[in-house]
Design a protein around this ligand. Sequence first.
Ligand code: FES
Ligand code: FES
Length: 213
Amino acid sequence: MQTPGDFDLSRRGVLAGGAASIAAVTIVPTEPAAARSKPAPAPPAAKVAFEVNGTRRELELDTRTSLLDALREHLHLTGTKKGCDHGQCGACTVIVDGRRINSCLSLAVMHDGDKITTIEGLGTPDKMHAMQTAFVEHDGYQCGYCTPGQICSAVAVLDEIKAGIPSHVTADLTAPPQVTALELRERMSGNICRCGAYSNIIDAISDVAGVKA
Ligand code: FES
Ligand code: FES
């Protein structure tokens, strides 16, 4: 018959055996110290040359650098904003060879030879682009964080409409698109404004287009 002492002895035995098993499975061979201190390999780098706001710029970049980071961190053009960094807000919109793109979604090294226009290239405080003036006159912003992207997008949108590029709301694809509030809202829908300045933004763009929204 088992006494309390027997039980205690066998319980200790089980615990000791368990601990030994755990130690056995957790002991792993370790790397030699020299191998551990080896520096990580340098990230792959590449040269890229593009024209930014009319000036040729040459950079050597980690190939994973987004166009947005190349502009902001390497060329110090901080007018272009990083909102989501995931292609969802439009704050990083720039114009590349006449087309607006989300610069956070594009690798800088893909733009070798391209012509890039950022908000700094559209106008200056002393000599503003018509779209910048219209945004000021129509109060098309509050905090201003989305504004550089909104303005770059708006400039490209009017060019798209002028070029007859249809949008999802163009009912008749054979007819040239018109500058209407609906058309502008659709085309500007990739540019989010957390302050909700949407109606004033549409008023500003319509003003530049010479129509009443
Ligand atoms: Fe590029 Fe938001 S930062 S879309
Ligand atoms: Fe603040 Fe648009 S003005 S997010």
